[in-house]
Design a protein around this ligand. Sequence first.
Ligand SMILES: C[S@@+](CC[C@H](N)C(=O)[O-])C[C@H]1O[C@@H](n2cnc3c(N)ncnc32)[C@H](O)[C@@H]1O
Length: 300
Amino acid sequence: MGDSTAKDHDYTKSSAWDAAAAATIHCMTKYNSVSRSAYSTIFQGLEVNRPFSNATTILDIGCGPGIGIEVLSESFSKDLPAEFVLKAIDFSPAMIQALEGAKLNYINKGIAKEIWSKVKGEVLDVTKMNTIASGSVSHALANYVLFGVSDSSMAFQEILRVLEPGGVVAMTSFSKVGWIDCMGSIKGVIDRELKFPTMSPTDPWTTVDGVKQKLDTAGFIDTHAGEFEVVMEVDSIKEFPYDMMDVPSLSAVRSALTPEEMDRGAAAVTDTLRNNYTTKDGKIKIPASCIVGWGRRKPS
Ligand SMILES: C[S@@+](CC[C@H](N)C(=O)[O-])C[C@H]1O[C@@H](n2cnc3c(N)ncnc32)[C@H](O)[C@@H]1O
């Protein structure tokens, strides 16, 4: 899954995420219903499997600019104990810088200060979480992260290692992404082959069974996977194609287009949005299907 076209666009590397961080953060923030809905699903799953009232350390893996902390503070602050550690890691220094900016902003404004002041951001790769002690995490989560990691079995082993016996993990991936289909309208107006990302139905990350099997194989118990829907809400159909073109999975396509082709492609995307994604209330909403999986480290 994801972009696999050229080395410059290899998003298994932190340098690629760093280079794309400004554009990605812009999109994640502007179209934040996508991350917010998924984080809500993750937190609800974690709460059911191990109530947050028992949290010791919560670890947000691949935290990006901190949308997960926002959702946690808005929806679960009353469930959290007085004392717990809140770690947010990302292998991109630019993402951690954005997280620290969000933390400062929330603390200065006095919004959810008690949660944000606990946040400890760190530049760390999920496959080598050397600074996190074994058996120290009660709740681990990774929203839209693990399918893009080059060695996901190593990531799972690291998550198992840092979890306490009985600790829980929840993670998400995509199974069908409407906004990538939508951007595919560009192919109809450009007369040469463009390498759009494809999601193979045989990719385990795109299926409920595949995700559950990954968790089982990694050694988690009480595993479960299920599908859920998210919706991307689009306020400006003119800005949307240009915003989307800069996200990691499409940046290789963007580099292959001339400015004139980009404008022509954007007009095609705008038409598709207007014709196919306008809801009865006149809003533009693009759906996507996602997979959530969770599991537990065996109690000792
Ligand atoms: C699609 S973004 C999701 C960000 C955030 N979880 C959200 O949903 O708003 C993926 C994030 O995972 C991070 N990431 C990718 N591979 C990683 C790895 N091996 N270790 C740590 N972070 C990683 C990227 O830098 C990026 O911030």
